[in-house]
Design a protein around this ligand. Structure first.
Ligand code: CP
Ligand code: NVA
Length: 311
């Protein structure tokens, strides 16, 4: 038989819609078990070790992967870029080769997307993208799970993004192609979706609409989504606040979406900047269900990467 490589989870673009649906079903199944207070059947990752490499801070990704791995019977190792020889110039390729001899999977958060890909290229175990400057695929698995719990199947529905067209938006665009929903993106021209991203999504059959008008984007939308104005690595860009203020998700903008629209935000949030307290702490907001779903999503992703779920 052909030697197949490790099952990486690097971007939603790498999996088919059917595969992503399989992973999402696994996430939902894991959640049902946990809700009933039952351990997952047979602790499918018993004896497996996940290394978590964090070159940047994290609350949700770090804790949800750690708890997910343990609840599935596995164990975790927490590493930071600075503590590793990586921080002193050891190559990513050698780091990948060495870690592959010790652990069963590697989750990495690093801004340089190319370094994440390089790690995956040289790793003999699955690599999971825990956020790069270009994408945040694990987040969007949790977000689609959250959407479907509150609003039913996402296929054919409309998700609106208002704000900086950042890494989280990129994974939404990938998901639009794979899950078959419409994505409306409102962003200032200087912070708009990358043309190659929009071109990819459209070529893959996604219904992606790009505008500079947030009201046009949210009209009739089933979910309104935003994210921080200053992502990790953008801290020096002080002009962003003025550019992004018109894209703030406030009560007036939410009122232009569908009546039963939900509000999503990957967190951490900045009340009074990208979203008002009235919206994020209001009845349409499901951001803490969304944060909880990171845990269930990580389980499906880990189980898939480690072969406990069929491809
Ligand atoms: N949403 C998210 O990835 O949060 P953390 O940065 O806390 O992991
Ligand atoms: N867009 C944000 C997401 C944080 C979870 C960032 O990259 O900092």
């Amino acid at each position: 038989p052909l030697k197949t490589g490790p099952r990486h989870f690097l971007d939603l673009t790498d999996l088919s819609g059917g595969q992503l649906r399989t992973v999402l079903d696994a996430c939902a199944e894991m959640k049902r078990h946990r809700r009933k207070g039952e351990p997952p059947p047979s602790r499918p990752l018993a004896g497996r070790m996940l290394a978590m490499v964090f070159d940047r801070p994290s609350t949700r990704t770090r804790v949800s992967f750690d708890v997910a791995m343990r609840e599935l019977g596995g164990e975790t190792l927490m590493l930071t870029g600075k503590e590793m020889q990586l921080g002193r110039g050891e190559t990513v390729a050698d780091t990948a080769r060495v870690l592959s001899r010790y652990v069963d999977a590697i989750m990495i958060r690093i801004l340089d997307h190319g370094m994440m890909l390089e790690l995956a290229r040289h790793a003999e175990v699955p690599v999971i993208n825990g956020l790069t400057k270009l994408s945040h695929p694990c987040q969007i698995m949790a977000d689609v799970l959250t959407f479907e719990e509150h609003r039913g199947p996402i296929k054919g529905r409309t998700v609106a993004w208002s704000g900086d067209a950042n890494n989280v938006l990129a994974s939404w665009a990938h998901a639009a192609a794979r899950f078959g929903f419409r994505l409306n993106v409102a962003a200032p021209p200087q912070l708009g979706a990358r043309p190659d991203l929009v071109a990819w999504a459209r070529a893959e059959g996604a219904d992606v609409h790009v505008t500079t008008d947030p009201f046009e984007a949210v009209a009739g939308a089933d979910a309104v989504v935003t994210d921080c104005w200053v992502s990790m690595g953008d801290e020096d860009e002080t002009h962003r606040h003025n550019l992004l203020m018109p894209y703030q998700v406030n009560a007036k903008l939410m009122a232009a979406a569908a009546k039963d629209a939900i509000f999503l935000h990957c967190l951490p949030a900045h009340r009074g900047e990208e979203v008002t307290a009235e919206v994020i702490d209001g009845p349409q907001s499901v951001v803490f269900d969304e944060a909880e779903n990171r845990l269930h999503a990580q389980k499906g992703i880990l189980a898939w990467c480690l072969g406990a779920v069929e491809a």
